[in-house]
Design a protein around this ligand. Structure first.
Ligand code: GRF
Length: 209
């Protein structure tokens, strides 16, 4: 069994492409003392990302890294790894980061990149997970925090939360109800890491108290 992170304050990077409500929830958990971590840096692949603005307001070092400026994904990721090293990042938190993570990042941060997905994996991977759940007709969906591997939404699962789907739900309502739970399980998962409680066993993550 491999311990994912020894007990101690986490040095996080947030990678975000959009509005950054998961970033907000993690930031707030740190401010309130619920999460033993520091956000060392925020990086976005979108210049207009709200998350970038929010990071600047919070005095967190914030970078727009333009994928279009690099010929290959590996070059983009090498630049990113340079920034992560510069800011002494130990754990990379994907919070609405809309691109696949490649080999360069995975080799630099093995078992150290986490993601949140708005469905109960392995159901409804990829984009528009809430719409997929509605269209399929499931009665329960939810959200998943997981480690990132080379697949899309396939890595070992840290935590999941079930959310009911109601007959009168539309995509917005379901998305909103799932998001509320995302904002809980993301910081809780990170806090488990900070407490050194999470171990990998095959593709399972187990908790040792
Ligand atoms: C969330 O629904 C998350 O599960 C998904 O992307 C969305 C990001 O939202 N990966 P936000 O930018 O954190 O508000």
């Amino acid at each position: 069994m491999i311990q994912i992170h020894p007990a101690g304050r986490l040095k996080l990077a947030i990678l975000a492409s959009g509005r950054g409500s998961n970033f907000d929830a993690i930031y707030q958990a740190i401010q309130d003392g619920r999460l033993n971590a520091d956000i060392q840096v925020l990086i976005s692949d979108k210049s207009q990302s709200m998350a970038l603005q929010k990071a600047r307001q919070r005095d967190i070092p914030a970078y727009f890294l333009d994928p279009g400026a690099f010929a290959r994904q590996t070059d983009y990721e090498k630049e990113m790894v340079g920034l992560l090293r510069k800011h002494q990042v130990e754990i990379v938190v994907l919070a609405g980061y809309m691109r696949l993570v490649g080999q360069v990042m995975l080799e630099e941060y093995p078992h150290r990149i986490v993601n949140i997905h708005p469905a109960l994996l392995p159901a409804f991977k990829g984009l528009h997970a809430q719409r997929q759940a509605l269209e399929y007709g499931v009665k329960f969906s939810g959200c998943t925090v997981h480690l990132v591997d080379e697949g899309m939404d396939t890595g070992p699962i840290i935590m999941q939360k079930v959310v009911p789907v109601y007959d009168d739900d539309d995509e917005d309502r379901l998305t909103e109800r799932i998001l509320e739970q995302e904002h809980q399980i993301y910081w809780q998962s990170l806090q488990m890491l900070a407490e050194g409680k999470l171990y990998i066993q095959g593709r399972r993550i187990v908790t040792k108290l």
